[in-house]
Ligand binder design. Structure first.
Ligand SMILES: *[C@@H]1O[C@H](CO)[C@@H](O)[C@H](O)[C@H]1NC(C)=O
Ligand SMILES: *[C@@H]1O[C@H](CO)[C@@H](O)[C@H](O)[C@H]1NC(C)=O
Ligand SMILES: *[C@@H]1O[C@H](CO)[C@@H](O)[C@H](O)[C@H]1NC(C)=O
Ligand SMILES: *[C@@H]1O[C@H](CO)[C@@H](O)[C@H](O)[C@H]1NC(C)=O
Ligand SMILES: *[C@@H]1O[C@H](CO)[C@@H](O)[C@H](O)[C@H]1NC(C)=O
Ligand SMILES: *[C@@H]1O[C@H](CO)[C@@H](O)[C@H](O)[C@H]1NC(C)=O
Ligand SMILES: *[C@@H]1O[C@H](CO)[C@@H](O)[C@H](O)[C@H]1NC(C)=O
Ligand SMILES: *[C@@H]1O[C@H](CO)[C@@H](O)[C@H](O)[C@H]1NC(C)=O
Ligand SMILES: *[C@@H]1O[C@H](CO)[C@@H](O)[C@H](O)[C@H]1NC(C)=O
Ligand SMILES: *[C@@H]1O[C@H](CO)[C@@H](O)[C@H](O)[C@H]1NC(C)=O
Ligand SMILES: *[C@@H]1O[C@H](CO)[C@@H](O)[C@H](O)[C@H]1NC(C)=O
Length: 574
């Protein structure tokens, strides 16, 4: 036997042991798998697509929306497309009001060569138009690695949210969804023609859950002759939990699992809280996994700027038996993970990649950059004439707060950002901005909603002697008491020069906001500190990015941003 053959034999023997042998070696990994603003996850395993896992998550008011991530090893997750990436797919995203409106809870499924995402565009309660509060839609793709493959929305009539499809052996597609909690809360089901959106006249109420607030996020699974219906209850805060019931017939009656909740971190001291809104999938080796949302807040629930993130947990699901979930922790002991494999297409980065973006001529905004509602494209120009390697923002009349803090309207808000995905990070850009018009402003922000953001800008303001001069303006907008804004003239040495604008999450609870001349960074000065609790609220998660505004004035100004950098510097897991 040659040495080469011996090595090959050992290699294949090892392969057999690790892949198929019992006992297999368990793995450990860190949660969240999709850190930052990635709530309400839905994930699938698609063997036909080269054994790839796909996840979709909620995007609320950001555009592009419904990020789709893929992985082959459950560890390295790449943004492969945003299912909503052209405004004509869903023009009404532009008119949503309220910080918790927009796209809720996609359910992603694969059926006979097509990927389907069902999701709900939710309007504010006080909607004055004839539109329903709940606009349920279907997006389809035959290749989610290509963003342009996602179809325009096919609308279907369902009075509720969190819709999820199930393909029955009888050929029908049953869609479950949550009936609004302010009416009769419960899970309803109706058949839907998944191609046309036509809804059957067979709407029924199939389960109300175990009595927790807001039964929602339903998904159906068929296993060993049982239809399992798994839902979230308790509301998406500290009482969040996942419960399950099963029936022999899809229409019921559903018997609840005697040991519900199946999954929760409620009433614990864990750092990972609000665990719920889960989905289950089985890999090619027969291991079951679950994904859920969780908030790194501890039970204090005060500081959680990244909001609801996507976590992964192993599930034991024996034949004929109920699934058993492992409790969600920062470091997990799990089934063996598939071997590391980063061979994935698609346009976006891996979630843990740093940003090192120079806005090269001819490039586009990266796929992980988002706006708040639909952007006015002309306000975002890469490498305009005379300004290579910059992103030019043209100011909007509305600032990040806008008029009543909940609406932007067709004129838009000039803002582009990316998700904060690390507890500790440094984000910086070089900004070249000067305006002779009072109140004209450009800067950097940690943005959660229009009512929750912390900004460091350069604003043209009148000085005490009546002349206009650039000032650093730092401010926080929040539902909790905010520190006083800071206004300080830009040092005469620095005016007219490009400035480095930097935001750092330097510890668990605080951000610093600093600036200095781009050609003399040793002169950087920290202008303000903002507590992360100011941007810990609601359903979304923080974005860091740049903005430009006239603060209500009629003229416009351009700000040029370059050397966009984001680097993660640590995750807190307990
Ligand atoms: C949103 O709010 C604005 C301002 O309050 C209002 O004018 C507009 O009609 C609202 N839009 C919708 C779709 O309700
Ligand atoms: C809803 O209102 C819009 C705008 O006012 C109108 O164009 C549309 O026909 C109305 N739709 C229905 C179903 O009444
Ligand atoms: C939508 O379905 C509901 C019943 O769930 C029905 O009352 C309503 O008329 C339908 N709306 C449309 C526009 O078909
Ligand atoms: C859900 O609750 C309503 C109101 O109490 C009740 O009428 C209905 O029968 C319940 N549904 C199920 C499936 O138990
Ligand atoms: C947590 O404890 C409270 C108070 O005892 C209880 O009402 C609630 O149901 C518990 N939540 C869960 C998910 O166990
Ligand atoms: C391996 O992981 C599974 C899923 O978490 C768990 O049920 C099992 O006990 C673990 N086995 C070992 C030997 O740790
Ligand atoms: C007005 O004040 C600004 C900043 O305080 C200073 O730079 C400028 O020289 C002053 N102009 C006059 C005319 O005094
Ligand atoms: C401005 O420039 C002067 C002279 O070069 C220098 O002494 C001073 O420290 C500078 N101040 C700032 C705030 O950069
Ligand atoms: C973070 O730094 C701020 C400002 O220095 C300080 O007030 C706060 O206590 C620090 N937080 C932690 C968790 O150390
Ligand atoms: C935002 O702009 C409005 C005018 O559109 C103005 O009243 C408000 O003060 C500005 N808010 C901030 C935080 O600058
Ligand atoms: C902006 O233009 C409108 C319409 O011409 C005018 O009413 C308003 O006063 C102007 N606002 C400012 C801040 O100049």
């Amino acid at each position: 036997m040659s040495l080469k053959y011996l090595i090959l034999s050992i290699a294949s023997f090892a392969h057999v042991c690790f892949s198929y042998g019992t006992p297999s070696r368990n793995s450990t990994y860190d949660n969240p798998i999709l850190p930052g603003f990635h709530p309400d996850p839905s994930c699938i395993f698609v063997k036909e697509w080269d054994e790839t896992f796909f996840c979709a998550s909620s995007s609320f008011s950001v555009f592009p929306g419904v990020p789709v991530h893929a992985s082959k090893d459950l560890q390295n997750w790449k943004l492969i497309s945003n299912a909503l990436n052209r405004r004509e797919q869903l023009p009404t995203l532009a008119i949503t009001n309220g910080s918790t409106s927009g796209i809720w809870a996609p359910a992603i499924r694969y059926h006979e060569g097509t990927f389907y995402i069902l999701t709900t565009l939710v309007f504010d309660k006080e909607l004055q138009t004839n539109l329903s509060r709940w606009d349920n839609i279907i997006l389809k793709s035959k290749n989610p690695f290509d963003a342009s493959s996602w179809t325009n929305a096919v609308h279907f009539n369902f009075s509720g949210y969190d819709t999820s499809p199930f393909w029955h052996e009888n050929g029908k597609v049953y869609v479950t969804g949550s009936h609004p909690w302010e009416l009769q809360p419960g899970i309803n089901m109706v058949t839907v023609d998944i191609e046309t959106g036509a809804v059957g006249d067979d709407l029924i109420n199939i389960w109300n859950g175990t009595g927790g607030l807001a039964p929602e996020g339903p998904h159906h699974y068929f296993k060993d002759g049982w239809y399992y219906l798994m839902i979230a209850e308790g509301g998406t805060g500290l009482n969040h939990m996942e419960t399950i019931a099963r029936a022999k017939d899809i229409e019921g009656p559903y018997d609840p699992y005697p040991r519900n909740p199946l999954l929760t971190n409620a009433n614990t001291t864990q750092y990972f809280q609000t665990v719920g809104h889960a989905d289950l999938f089985e890999d090619s080796r027969g291991y079951w996994w679950g994904v859920a949302l969780s908030t790194r807040s501890g039970p204090e629930f005060i500081t959680y700027p990244m909001g609801r993130e996507t976590v992964l947990y192993p599930v034991t699901w024996k034949t004929g038996d109920w699934p058993v979930d492992s409790a969600v922790r920062g470091v997990m002991n799990s089934w063996p993970l598939p071997p590391v494999n980063k061979d994935l297409g698609g346009s976006g980065p891996f979630i843990k990649d740093p940003d090192n973006i120079d806005f090269a001529p001819g490039s586009k905004l990266p796929a992980h950059f988002v706006h708040w509602r639909n952007p006015i494209d002309a306000n975002y120009v890469i490498s305009p004439p005379g300004h290579p390697n910059t992103l030019r923002l043209t100011s909007s009349k509305l600032n990040l707060t806008a008029l009543d803090g909940n609406y932007a309207g067709p004129e838009g808000q000039t803002f582009v950002g990316r998700r904060q995905v690390d507890t500790l990070f440094t984000y910086s850009v070089v900004m070249d901005f000067a305006s002779e018009v009072e109140q004209m402003e450009a800067g950097v922000t940690v943005f959660l909603t229009q009512n929750h953001h912390i900004d460091l800008g350069v604003t043209t303001l009148r000085t005490s002697n009546g002349t206009l001069a650039p000032h650093f303006t730092w401010r926080a907008v929040s539902q909790i008491p905010t520190p006083d804004p800071i206004t300080t003239p830009v040092s005469a040495n620095w005016t007219g020069k490009p400035l480095v604008m930097e935001i750092k999450a330097f510890n668990l609870t605080h951000y610093s906001f600093s600036a200095g001349p781009a050609d003399a960074m040793s002169m950087m000065q920290t202008i303000g500190y903002g507590a992360a609790s100011l941007v810990s609220y609601g359903f979304t998660g923080t974005l860091v990015g740049v903005y430009a505004t006239s603060n209500g004035g009629n003229s416009t100004a351009d700000a040029y941003f370059s050397k966009w950098r984001y680097i993660g510097q640590g995750q807190f897991l307990d």
